[in-house]
Design a protein around this ligand. Structure first.
Ligand code: AMP
Length: 183
């Protein structure tokens, strides 16, 4: 599988100075637009987490949504969204966190998950890890168990993997910021 993951890099567009000067933005929308790389991504995550029988796949707004929904379909799970503030209409759990380019927050409906749920959290890019840690904490605030974090690309120089050690969750990352597949 890891050799075929090199195909993912062909669909990545690196955009300098977006959304602010100095940020090298990794646009992964081509991975979704190409049915082969979309399938590769979902299959790699499904192979890693299927045996742990997740019940829900949680996607982080916005690029985590389509990837999480595809993984949920593949594994026979439900899909739940972690949203930016003010989007969810009912009572929420909320976490604020620091981004590579500013502050942000995530919210989760309080009744979206229960103690009976086992969850995989999904996002496109792991940068500083703040978003992923906030997402994992929000899932845990409902009493659900987090069995893993699935990410397409790590930006290793920002130390997200080290940050994730705080929350002690297995992480499956497919490629680094040069396109090299993770083992
Ligand atoms: P972080 O919380 O720093 O790990 O940031 C991860 C979140 O921000 C993910 O939802 C990414 O979609 C987005 N993100 C942060 N940095 C970048 C980047 N350089 N290129 C693309 N997306 C990024």
């Amino acid at each position: 599988m890891s050799s075929s993951l090199t195909a993912l890099w062909d669909e990545v567009v690196v955009v300098p100075d977006f959304p602010t000067p100095g940020i090298s933005f990794k646009d992964l929308s081509g991975i979704l637009a190409n049915h082969t790389t979309l399938r590769l991504t979902v299959q790699a995550w499904a192979d890693r987490f299927r045996a742990e029988h997740p019940t829900m796949i949680v996607g982080i707004e916005a690029r985590g949504f389509p990837l999480a929904a595809a993984l949920a379909y593949e594994l026979g799970c439900g899909f739940v969204s972690l949203r930016k503030p003010g989007k969810l209409p009912r009572d929420v759990h909320r976490r604020e966190y620091e981004l590579e380019y500013g502050m942000s927050a995530l919210e989760l409906h309080q009744d979206a998950l229960t103690v009976a749920d086992s969850v995989v959290v999904v996002d496109d890019v792991l940068a500083t890890g703040g978003t992923a840690v906030a997402g994992i904490e929000l899932v845990r605030a409902t009493g659900a168990r987090v069995i893993g974090l699935a990410v397409v690309m790590d930006l290793p120089f920002l130390g997200g993997c080290a940050r994730l050690e705080e929350v002690d969750v297995p992480v499956q990352i497919l490629i680094d910021d040069q396109g090299v597949p993770y083992p």
